[in-house]
Write a protein that binds this ligand. Structure first.
Ligand code: ZN
Length: 259
């Protein structure tokens, strides 16, 4: 089957500009066998962004975005799109290629079936890289944010159309602001993200809603929804908190606009 891709012609109406000028050098992304089923949003993290920022002679937002996109372009783990702090959209690979941005659920867990039932909520894989472990706390407390987001569901497998393969969605990263601003993301990024959601949903024919347009923490809660603090596990979605990126509000505004 032929899977379409947003081209420069589509991207020409992006609110803050776009670029498709990336080499995709050194990255082997594989062709998709079916159209993308949704979108998973990510942040590359402010530590990474600050590493780019600190080396810049020209610290303009436009130059920061270009350098961030160039740095991401050669990474093995990359999204299809990167939205810079100016709202500019960088296409790092075409929609018809499956990029490696969210992995496969629990493929490193001691028990591979943790997501088959509510069992997953007993586990943590903190962002410090220490690996999967039983956190020993109340599962309902550690992952209260996940269970509140999807009432009546026990596992991401029944929530998302891609089940345990979130790479079946298109990955989009938002470059964090590191200039001391209180929010890690800008209004221009929110607007560019809303525009991109609408275009991708129309092109690939997926509905816009919270089970198709989500964040890494929501679709992969053990791998991205726990952190370590002083030896104990804290359950918190560290990927794109709503105070920086109001994804639910964006989804709601797009759903209302379509009626
Ligand atoms: Zn991520």
């Amino acid at each position: 089957m032929t899977i379409p891709t947003l081209t420069s012609a589509h991207l020409a109406s992006a609110p803050y500009g776009h670029s498709t000028q990336f080499s995709r050098a050194g990255v082997v992304n594989s062709p998709r066998s079916k159209a993308p089923m949704g979108i998973v949003f990510h942040t590359p993290g402010s530590t990474w962004a600050k590493g780019i920022w600190d080396k810049l002679a020209d610290k303009s937002a436009a130059n920061f975005d270009e350098k961030a996109a160039a740095a991401f372009d050669g990474r093995e783990y990359q999204p299809n799109y990167l939205i810079g702090t100016t709202g500019k959209i960088f296409q790092l690979d075409v929609d018809s290629n499956r990029t490696q941005h969210a992995g496969k659920l629990a493929n490193n867990a001691p028990n591979k079936d943790i997501y088959a039932t509510r069992e997953w909520a007993k586990w943590a894989s903190p962002s410090d890289g220490s690996g999967f472990r039983l956190h020993g706390r109340s599962p309902e407390t550690v992952y209260d944010w996940w269970f509140a987001a999807f009432p009546g569901h026990n596992t991401p497998l029944t929530v998302f159309p891609w089940k345990d393969l979130p790479n079946s969605a298109i990955g989009v990263d938002l470059v964090p602001v590191v200039d001391g601003s209180p929010s890690q993301n800008t209004k221009q990024q929110h607007e560019a993200a809303a525009w991109l959601i609408k275009e991708l949903a129309a092109l690939h024919k997926f509905p816009i809603g919270k089970t198709t347009v989500t964040t890494h923490s929501m679709c992969s809660p053990v791998e991205r929804g726990t952190v370590s603090s002083k030896g104990s596990i804290i359950g918190t979605p560290w990927d794109l908190p709503p105070k920086h990126f109001p994804l639910n509000d964006i989804i709601q505004s797009l759903s209302v606009a379509r009626v």
